[in-house]
Each structure stands twice: as structure tokens, then as C-alpha cells.
Design a protein around this ligand. Structure first.
Ligand SMILES: [Zn+2]
Length: 286
């Protein structure tokens, strides 16, 4: 199985990844955030992409998620671990805790969150938007390497706000009333596209600080936030080294058959150009 890793704020490389090749890909949607690095951890092939580009130059609303996910699919990636810095909306989810996201709420204004349209119609299920098989294996691996006072939460809801500004206190309080766990600016768009591309996908959310609802929020310094980002990146690297060589997902996973039910337009009725555009995604149905 080929594993893709998307690194968010703080996670720009992976120690221990034996580099094989760098892929500079063009996609029908433009360029991915950066070249994708192909490498190996033990015998496991890994494809690594830094989400915000080399030198962290892309804002969340500037990210070309379609190009990123298409590029991963075209390289044969079957499962993506997506690391992301988030704010916490609950007291018990502390800075430097890990949340294995299992649900999302979309609070963006993005209109580029589907590969379909222009003659090809698909409605995939997002009732269970995260890969449960990835989640249970990552939970085991993360539990083994936790620091003192650090918790890995087996589930949690992520609200994807538009950004790039952080939320207001009124928004933060509203999201808490909605019983949401963490807040970020990127991952639901990725999750939607990964499901359409039939790739198993899991967000590993790493808490940098409490969102602005928290009474301590204003007292937190930039230094403390950066410290937490660095700690989280070190944890992510350890988790990748520990978990990826043993990850087991088979192509029967529900995530990898989403179009079997979801694709409504018969293959023969999809325009030729659209079929070419979606070739890596539709290949097994063509
Ligand atoms: Zn899956």
C-alpha cells in the first residue's frame, strides 16, 4: 500500500524518511502546494507533501486541494494521514493533545470541493468521513508514544472555518454550543476530495492552543504557541516512523469504493475530456 502524508503548520519534513525521488507534477487543476517527495520508511513507500508549500507561503484559502489530492491519487496513494494544527474548543482537549478527527462541519465559502461536474455527476457518502481502519491503528500507535499529560482523543468533530483570520469570541462560543471539539482552516476540503478520489483519509489534529473562548487565551504568548507547534511536529514525526511501516488497509475498505455507489453518470455518457481529467480517479471503472 502507498501512504501519503500531508504535513501542516510545523511539519515540513520527516526525519528518517529515506528519499527516493521528488515528483514535480502538473494536474488539470494547476500545481500542487509543492513537489511531492517519494521515500521509504523501512519497506513502506511514503509520499510526502507539505500543505502550505516550501517556506510556508500559502494561506488556507489559497490551497489547491484538488491539485494536491489528484497528485496523490495519480502517484498511486491509497491512504492519507493528514497532520494539522488546530485550536481546542473544549477544556479537556489540552494544548499538545492529539485528536483523531471522525466528523467535520464545513464553515468555508469554498466552491472548489469536488472533482465532479461538467458532465460527470457523483454524490459520495460523507456520513463517516474518516477512515475508521486508519483511525484505530493510529490510535494504538499514538497511545504508545504519548508524553506525560498528553492525551490522544479517539474521536472529535473538526470545524473547517474559512480563515485566514482566527474566529471571534462570538463564533468560538457558538461552535462550543454546537459541541465541536477542534477548529482549523484546511482539512475538511481535503477529506471530501479524498473520499471522491477513493483514498482512505484521516486527520490527525494537533492542538496548539485553546481557541479564543478560553479565559487563558489572551495570556498565551506567541512563543508558547510556537513551542507547542514544535512539540507537535516532533510527535508527528515519531508517530509517522512508528505507525507507517505496520499500517494495513486493503482495497476493500469502504473509503476505496465510494464511487461504486456514488457515480451516477454512466461511464459511457461522461464526455471524453472529463474522463481524461479524472483518469487517475476513474481508472478502475473505465
Ligand atoms: Zn478506509
Amino acid at each position: 500500500m502507498n501512504i501519503g502524508i500531508i504535513g501542516g503548520s510545523g511539519l515540513y519534513d520527516i526525519d528518517g524518511l529515506e528519499a527516493i525521488k521528488e515528483h514535480s507534477l502538473q494536474t488539470p487543476y494547476g500545481d500542487p502546494s509543492a513537489n511531492i517527495l517519494e521515500g521509504k520508511i523501512k519497506d513502506q513507500k511514503i509520499f510526502f507533501l507539505t500543505r502550505h508549500g516550501k517556506g510556508h507561503k500559502l494561506l488556507p484559502h489559497e490551497l489547491n486541494h484538488k491539485a494536491n489530492i489528484w497528485a496523490m491519487k495519480s502517484l498511486g496513494v491509497e491512504a492519507i494521514l493528514s497532520f494539522s494544527a488546530v485550536g481546542s474548543l473544549k477544556e479537556e482537549i489540552k494544548p499538545c493533545d492529539i485528536v483523531l478527527v471522525d466528523q467535520y462541519i464545513d464553515h468555508t465559502k469554498r466552491t472548489d470541493q469536488s472533482f465532479f461536474g461538467n458532465g460527470a455527476v457523483a454524490h459520495v457518502s460523507l456520513a463517516t468521513p474518516s477512515c475508521q481502519k486508519l483511525s484505530s491503528q493510529i490510535l494504538d500507535a499514538a497511545s504508545d508514544i504519548l508524553a506525560q499529560n498528553q492525551t490522544v482523543h479517539a474521536s472529535g468533530t473538526y470545524i473547517n472555518i474559512q480563515g485566514p483570520q482566527f474566529s471571534t469570541k462570538a463564533e468560538s462560543k457558538l461552535f462550543r454550543q454546537w459541541d465541536i471539539d477542534v477548529i482549523g482552516m484546511t482539512n475538511f476540503s481535503e477529506a471530501k476530495l479524498a473520499r471522491e478520489a477513493e483514498i482512505c483519509y484521516l486527520t490527525i489534529a494537533m492542538v496548539t492552543d485553546y481557541d479564543c473562548w478560553h479565559p487563558d487565551h489572551d495570556a498565551v504568548t506567541v512563543d508558547q504557541v510556537i513551542q507547542n507547534l514544535l512539540k507537535n511536529a516532533a510527535f508527528a514525526k515519531e508517530l509517522i516512523l512508528k505507525s507507517t511501516p505496520n499500517l494495513a488497509i486493503n482495497s476493500e475498505c469502504n473509503c476505496q469504493t465510494s464511487l461504486a455507489k456514488g457515480l451516477l453518470t454512466p461511464i459511457d455518457a461522461i464526455p471524453k475530456e472529463k474522463k481524461e481529467e479524472l483518469e487517475p480517479i476513474l481508472r478502475k471503472y473505465l
